[in-house]
Design a binder for this molecule. Structure first.
Ligand code: ADP
Length: 735
């Protein structure tokens, strides 16, 4: 049962160990998935935003570039139209017509010029003509090898640029020439392919930039429009694009302006770049005069407003942190829960085991109670019987249906051993035990309807042990009727022995003494003296025999005589024994013995029996000494556990060989060394019986420094809780 509970608890604990990490892992996976999905959807929203913003910005940039180029073209066309209104167009007209361009905010435009075409042979005439129209100091510098020359006659610098120097031959630039020719052919404004402006060709390459020119033909209106020349607007591509894009894109777009040249090649007019990496690219194509231009825009989505924010990163980090915290929390909670569940399982298993164990114990206790020969009765704190075993019922003869201690005497018929005096309530062992006082061997007579002849019982009472969990008392009792009868028989026998054996001896002794006295008075012859010595030996033999009878009686009664214990003053008893052993001294006796008696406590014993023990041990200590030496005897006592004392009798005598020590308490055993010393070998056997009947132990050992040291234990008298151990006596002082 227990093993099954344990293994179930262990399996539960194994399962419980995995629940926490499993739940935490699930939460972590779920949390990370949700976080990543949220971040991905945020990113896609941002991407869509970025695309939208990019489209908008590109459309704006394209419109700006397209509108600007259209505006340049329109303005130039207007200037060309203005110039055409006067067939004798001169410097003043040019200045007036081009004046609005100064304030038109034409980004990248550096100059506007009026250009005329001249055949190689007409250069001188043309120079004269235009000088006459205000181009003072005009000097036409023809580009060698050109079939036709295109001279810049008037010029105006725009935006702080320098005016193109009058008189230069545009034929030096094939791109510009092509635009002029095309404009004259179509009568429409044209834009040139990109080229380095003639005026910039002298600059260092790093300062040169691709430029282009807007060209508008100048016709004198009328039924037959007469071609006059061209208005040419020179623009630096980079300045143009930079100006337009920086305004249109608010510095968030890169731009690359590509012009498709006459030969179909795509040439980069200008590029404008802003910070960041380019992850968005758009392309838009639009017409510029007679050409198609392409604006390629690119941008870093990070810098497009509303297109990217730190929100996904924040969500990612926040989500991961939250997931981690949740996983840890779940782990801790799940662990705590599974641990608690496991503890409950273990506690339940332990409880079941304890329950089974206590049931087993109760069964065992019941079985013991039922099989006990002694009667056992247990009462609660109020004196109500909780338990009476079958032996108790059999002994007492009546049931235990009784209301409290007050009725015990009459119900059970309890009397003092005299059989007449009702047993006093306050003396009853259970009543004393309820007041916390233990008692042993209290004798009482039980006489009731079921026990009309009465039985004598011996009762021990004890307060109920604390482990019972409630106050109460327990009494154990047994029938001693037979024992008492036997003891009575024994004492009768002892009396008979004492009387019938010792009385004749006393008579023999008395007659011997009388005969010896009379013989001594009648004659002092040698024969009479011999008869008197014989009578004295008879007297001694009679004494020895009387002593033997005493010893045998003691040997018998020490086993079976009832213990009549009481508080005994050990010190007085020892003094008494020593006094009895110190008889009158005769000449030739060994020197008198030397006694040391330490402080001795009161003990709880049968005084007669205890006296016998002390007398025997002290007698041996006095007896077994080398001839001619005085005896030294020490009697001391010390603590031997709670409620017990250890009494020691040590001597400096002949000692006991080790091989005899285990046997000297056996009846009739005498050591080899005892030869020459009178004795029966029964004294120590009697001592052991008496000590053991008191619940004590007896033993022997060598006395350090020589001699023998006997010890035995006896219960201390009530109230003597502890005795102070004293230093051992100074046996060494005896030599
Ligand atoms: P008994 O003295 O009558 O022979 P005991 O039973 O008193 O019988 O002692 C048993 C034996 O133990 C003795 O014969 C003796 O050999 C030995 N013995 C007892 N006490 C002493 C002692 N104090 N010193 C030496 N030997 C002892």
């Amino acid at each position: 049962m227990k093993r099954r509970d344990d293994s179930a608890a262990a399996a539960g604990s194994r399962r419980g160990r995995f629940v926490g990490p499993l739940l935490a892992a699930n939460v972590a996976v779920l949390g990370i998935t949700v976080t990543l999905l949220t971040v991905a959807s945020l990113r896609s929203v941002q991407r869509a935003n970025a695309d939208r913003v990019m489209d908008q910005r590109t459309a704006v940039a394209r419109a700006a570039v397209s509108t600007e180029t259209g505006r340049y073209r329109t303005l130039l066309q207007a200037v060309a139209a203005g110039a055409g209104t006067n067939a004798r167009f001169d410097r003043t007209d040019f200045a007036a017509i081009t004046a609005p361009l100064d304030t038109a905010d034409l980004l990248g435009a550096i100059s506007v010029a009026f250009v005329v075409a001249t055949g190689p042979d007409d250069i001188g005439r043309a120079q004269a003509t235009w000088r006459a129209r205000g181009a003072e100091g005009l000097s036409l510098r023809a580009h060698a090898g050109a079939p036709e020359h295109y001279f810049s006659i008037f010029g105006r610098a725009l935006h702080g640029g320098t005016p193109s120097s009058s008189g230069i031959d545009v034929a030096a630039s094939s791109e510009a020439t092509a635009a002029l020719v095309e404009a004259r052919r179509t009568g429409q404004p044209t834009v040139s392919d990109t080229y380095i402006l003639l005026r910039d060709r002298g600059l260092p390459p790093r300062q040169q930039q691709l430029s282009f020119a807007f060209v508008a033909p100048v016709y004198t209106p009328g039924a037959q429009p007469v071609f006059q020349g061209w208005m040419v607007l020179g623009l630096r591509g980079q300045d143009f694009l930079g100006g337009v894009l920086s305004t249109a894109s608010q510095n968030q777009l890169d731009g690359e302006l590509l012009a498709t040249n006459g030969d179909g090649r795509r040439v980069r007019v200008a590029a404008y770049s802003v910070r960041g990496s380019r992850d968005l690219i758009r392309q838009a194509t639009f017409p510029v005069a007679n050409r198609q231009w392409t604006l390629v825009t690119s941008a870093d989505s990070a810098f497009l407003p509303g297109a990217r924010s730190s929100l996904p990163t924040t969500v990612l980090l926040g989500g991961l942190a939250l997931t981690l915290m949740l996983a840890v929390l779940v782990h801790v909670l799940a662990n705590g829960r599974s641990k608690a569940r496991w503890q409950v399982q273990v506690a339940t298993a332990e409880l079941r085991t304890a329950e089974a164990e206590s049931r087993r114990q109760a069964g065992l206790l019941g079985a013991i109670m039922n099989s006990l020969g002694d009667g056992v009765g247990v009462v609660d704190g109020n004196g109500e019987f909780l338990l009476h075993n079958p032996a108790a019922k059999a002994l007492l003869g009546v049931d235990d249906k009784v209301r409290g201690p007050g009725e015990w005497q009459s119900h059970y018929g309890l009397f003092l051993p005299d059989g007449r005096t009702p047993f006093p309530l306050e003396e009853m062992p259970l009543v004393r035990a309820l007041q916390g006082e233990s008692s042993d061997g209290v004798e009482m007579m039980v006489r009731n309807a079921e026990r009309p002849d009465g039985i004598l019982i011996s009762v021990d009472g004890r307060p109920l042990d604390e482990s019972a969990g409630q106050p109460g008392a327990v009494a154990v009792f047994h029938d001693i009727t037979e024992l008492r009868r036997y003891e009575t028989d024994l004492s009768v026998f002892a009396g008979v022995v004492a009387h019938d054996l010792k009385a004749p001896l006393a008579v023999v002794r008395g007659h011997c003494e009388t005969a010896a006295d009379e013989l001594a008075e009648a004659d002092d012859s040698a024969e009479v003296a011999g008869a008197i010595r014989a009578l004295e030996r008879i007297t001694l033999a009679a004494d020895r025999m009387a002593a033997q009878i005493d010893t045998l009686l003691a040997y018998t009664t020490s086993k079976d005589a009832p213990l009549r214990r009481e508080t005994v003053a050990l010190g007085s008893l020892v003094d008494d024994v020593i006094l009895g052993r110190s008889g009158p001294r005769r000449p030739g006796d060994a020197p008198p013995p030397d006694f040391y008696v330490g402080p001795l406590p009161d003990i709880y014993a049968d005084p007669g029996m205890l006296r016998h023990v002390l007398d025997n041990l002290i007698g041996n200590a006095l007896k077994y000494v080398p001839k001619g030496r005085s005896a030294r005897v020490d009697v001391t006592a010390g603590q031997a556990g709670p409620g017990w004392c250890r009494i020691e009798i040590a001597d400096r005598g002949i000692g006991i060989p080790d091989e005899d020590k285990p046997d000297i308490f056996e009846s009739f055993h005498r050591a080899r060394t005892a030869a020459g010393y009178a004795g029966t070998g029964l004294g120590l056997a009697i001592c052991r019986r008496i000590v053991e009947r008191h619940g004590g132990q007896i033993g022997v050992g060598d006395n350090p420094g020589g001699g023998t040291r006997f010890h035995f234990t006896m219960p201390l008298a009530a109230g003597v809780l502890e005795i102070t151990p004293l230093p051992q006596p100074t046996l060494d002082s005896v030599s």
